[in-house]
Design a protein around this ligand. Structure first.
Ligand code: SF4
Length: 339
């Protein structure tokens, strides 16, 4: 069965003065209609490079998507599309929203005109139809007084409203896939929660598949249907939300779970940060990339890359602790369960 969007063995490098940085090292995953896939990891783990590769937004050079990588949308390889096919894909099939709405919104154009522009180009609407639709989209993302707001400029919107307007713009042409790269990082916690609720609501209404890129597992707790954890350019664990939050197997996922800020425990002011730094991807280690930071590291971890172990049909982990001869290690208890 072919999937709506499928990434196969994606490898991306960047040429620098110091040498070739291996940012994404053989990543494979898929997403289908109505699913929300969260890609979680620290900055520099390759999650944003992965999402930008899907949109063909990696500048080449210095970037280089390696031979053998495939990104299939409805069975067609995005990496082999012509400029015209790519323009249509970006306008109609896959949309992307970024951390900072100002990078997507044009400060010199009215919000309504910006939403309408895509509808005129890709859905053949006239100006009036497109502006009416823009008002509908602004209402859909809960912008009050949408009829008035449609004629305002981005600087007249608050940060949260700009983010909503960007979502309206991204969804105007009813894309099949929405990629949201750290969509709430620049916002305060209350607005963050509202934006995530909005994405979930819109997904229910429109059936859009969502790929959510974030460094914060807490953000995805209420929305993701499946989660994959990236570290040093690889997916080191993947599973459903329940599997990752309640039965995770990788020490790095445990560390990410401990880093989630919680409001309902006695340690609410103490934020756990993972000691050490990720490996240098100019020269990735031969063994497990997390070895230098892992409290459970064994000799073999430094010498050989761990195999992928299937825990269930949907849950996979790449860690030597799953080897039958490894010592049995219990996941640390996360206060109050997981999330
Ligand atoms: Fe830790 Fe070894 Fe597992 Fe890597 S393979 S996460 S070093 S226990």
């Amino acid at each position: 069965m072919s999937h709506l969007l499928e990434v196969k063995d994606l490898k991306v490098t960047f040429h620098t003065y110091a040498g070739e940085v291996q940012s994404v090292r053989g990543v494979s995953f898929y997403v289908d209609k109505g699913e929300t896939l969260a890609i979680v990891g620290e900055s520099g783990c390759g999650k944003s490079v992965t999402s930008k590769s899907i949109m063909r937004l990696i500048p080449t050079p210095p970037g280089d998507i390696k031979e053998g990588s495939q990104i299939l949308f409805d069975g067609k390889d995005i990496l082999k599309m012509s400029d015209k096919e790519l323009r249509d894909l970006r306008g109609e099939d896959i949309s992307m929203i970024f951390q900072d709405a100002m990078t997507s919104l044009n400060p010199t154009m009215k919000i309504g005109d910006q939403i309408a522009e895509n509808l005129i180009i890709h859905r053949g609407m006239n100006k009036k139809e497109a502006l009416d639709e823009a008002i509908k989209m602004l209402k859909l993302v809960n912008i009050p007084n949408a009829d008035k707001r449609v004629n305002q400029y981005p600087h007249e919107f608050s940060g949260g409203m700009r983010q909503r307007a960007m979502i309206a713009m991204a969804l105007a042409c009813n894309p099949k896939v929405l990629i949201a790269d750290e969509p709430t990082t620049a916002l305060d916690v209350t607005i963050q929660a509202q934006i995530m609720d909005l994405i979930r609501e819109l997904q229910d209404k429109l059936g859009t598949a969502v790929i959510l890129i974030t460094h914060d597992l807490g953000v995805v707790a209420g929305v993701a249907t499946k989660i994959q954890v990236m570290y040093a350019g690889m997916i080191i664990e993947r599973g459903t939300r329940e599997e990752l939050f309640y039965n995770s197997k990788h020490p790095y996922t445990w560390a990410l779970l401990q880093s989630v800020p919680r409001l309902d425990t006695k340690h609410k002011n103490e934020l756990y940060s993972i000691p050490g730094t990720p490996p240098d991807l100019l020269k990735p280690p031969v063994g497990c990339p997390f070895a230098s930071r892992c409290a459970y590291c064994m000799e073999i971890c430094k010498e050989e890359m761990p195999e992928v172990t299937k825990i269930s049909e949907t849950h996979e982990v790449q860690c030597w602790l799953q080897h039958p001869l490894a010592p049995k290690v219990e996941a640390p208890k996360f206060e109050g369960g997981a999330i």
